[in-house]
Design a binder for this molecule. Structure first.
Ligand code: NAD
Length: 428
């Protein structure tokens, strides 16, 4: 295999279905099932509020560079906006709109009292120093100050951002307010009001969702093999928890390519290798596999945990897994979904499968508001309960209505948001 193949990114910019197209098509499908009129459809399809800002950076060498920044509040009918902040060179306002919409349905599906929001800055963090990233974060936060806050819109990490980013956002907001406001972000370090269990919550939730889906077919995690695409905050810990549950993790990848071993990878050793700054593809305990090949491996469970749009009609037709558990947001296009459904592959959709992160973010916000901290065990138990209850609700609707789990999750989420609109009424 030529080297180029091994490093092919999961999506090719410009050729993949745009995430907003996928998100809007999913909403249309739910609206059709629910029988809503066009006016309500438009209310649900349109972001309530958007901010588009310029983010100038003084680089370490004294030169100036300018980035675009966005914050989109898709819906705030059930509570404050909630959603991650993405740093990626290719992020644009439409991608942020799609991600914000998915956050709205996700918060409603797992019944946390939030709307949906998302932010993005057009920067590749790998190309900038820590001090530069701090300045970008602080300037972006200052620009969007008027629309964020613990009762307005609460940020969390996403692709390219982390606990440190959230600490800078929290500090910038707090300094401007004149007092400490820990609940303006979640996914913060423990020392400034973070929650135990938040850093790994999304991945834990993914594994709870996988276990629940398998259990419906009488299968356990220690009886299956899995492949995980993406080895960041979500994918790396999902691989670890699967490995700890006895699943044979046969392949993982990051943006530089992947590795596979039919005997199962030594996931803890791989985590240590990546923690020391290595890429997945230069780990020595496996043979190379491209991101595209990984999707088609002969495994039981496939966990896309990197970027949007990787499972389209063509790649979905090659999937051999029986279960796809979506760690990433929007990894499957509408066409990809149709192909997977036709082929009888069970898809545990993103708005359910990766909701563990927002569930524990909610716990972090509740703890910060009360200034009272829970134990790790309390958090783990409450996360598991909420994931199980949400999974069961979605699965019940899916069986009863004979629809996919994605449509079932969407109609639960969309209906809750629509009910909030209807009961609140239209002002004026
Ligand atoms: P991250 O930046 O920590 O990791 C992203 C991973 O994906 C990295 O390993 C990166 O190398 C890899 N990657 C990036 N581009 C790729 C490409 N084109 N092909 C293959 N791999 C690629 O981000 P994360 O927080 O782990 O987020 C991953 C996904 O999970 C995103 O869709 C995000 O929106 C979603 N998500 C994250 C959280 C959270 O709590 N962090 C919660 C819910 C959903």
């Amino acid at each position: 295999m030529p080297d180029e193949d091994r490093t092919t990114p999961a999506t090719t910019p410009g050729t993949a279905t745009a995430p907003l197209e996928t998100a809007q098509a999913q909403l249309s499908s739910a609206v059709e099932i629910l029988g809503y009129d066009e006016g309500l459809h438009q209310m649900l399809a349109t972001p309530r509020r958007e901010m588009n800002v310029a983010v100038p950076l003084r680089r370490d060498d004294g030169s100036i560079e300018l980035f675009r920044g966005y914050r989109v509040q898709h819906n705030i009918s059930r509570g404050p906006g909630k959603g991650g902040l993405r740093y990626s060179a290719g992020v644009d306002v439409d991608e942020v709109r799609a991600l914000a919409m998915w956050m709205t349905w996700k918060c409603a599906v797992v019944d946390v009292p939030y709307g949906g929001a998302k932010g993005g800055v057009t920067i590749d963090p790998a190309d900038y120093s820590t001090t530069e990233l701090e300045r970008v974060t602080r300037r972006y936060t200052s620009e969007i100050m008027p629309i964020i806050g613990p009762e307005r819109d609460i940020m969390a990490p996403d692709i390219g951002t982390n606990e440190q980013t959230m600490a800078w956002v929290m500090d910038t907001y707090s300094v401007n307010m004149g007092y400490t406001v820990t609940a303006v972000t979640t996914g913060k370090p423990l020392t400034v009001g973070g929650s135990l269990g938040r850093a790994t919550a999304t991945s834990r939730g993914v594994v709870h969702a996988a276990a629940a889906a398998l259990a419906e077919a009488g299968v356990r995690l220690d009886e299956v093999s899995a492949a995980v695409q993406g080895f960041g905050k979500v994918g790396s810990h999902a691989a670890r928890f699967l490995h700890e549950a006895g699943t044979k993790v046969v392949a993982v990848s990051d943006e530089h390519g992947g590795i596979q071993s039919s005997d199962g990878l030594d996931v803890p050793a791989l985590l240590a290798h990546v923690a020391e700054g290595g890429h997945v593809s230069d780990f020595e305990g496996g043979s190379p596999v491209s991101n595209s090949e990984l999707l088609a491996l002969d495994v039981d469970v496939l966990v896309p945990a990197a970027v949007e749009g990787v499972l389209d009609a063509e790649t979905a037709a090659r999937v051999k897994a029986r279960w796809v558990v979506e760690g990433a947001n929007g990894p499957t296009t509408t066409e990809g979904d149709r192909v997977l459904a036709e082929r009888g592959i069970v898809v545990v959709p993103d708005i359910l499968a990766n909701a563990g992160g927002v569930i524990v973010s909610y716990f972090e916000w509740v703890q910060a508001n009360q200034a009272y901290w829970w134990t790790e065990q309390e958090i783990a138990e409450r996360l598991e309960q909420r994931m199980a209850a949400s999974f069961n609700a979605v699965s019940t609707v899916s069986r009863r209505e004979q629809i996919t789990m994605r449509d079932a999750a969407l109609i639960i989420g969309v209906r809750r948001v629509a009910e909030a609109h209807q009961i609140r009424g239209l002002y004026p």
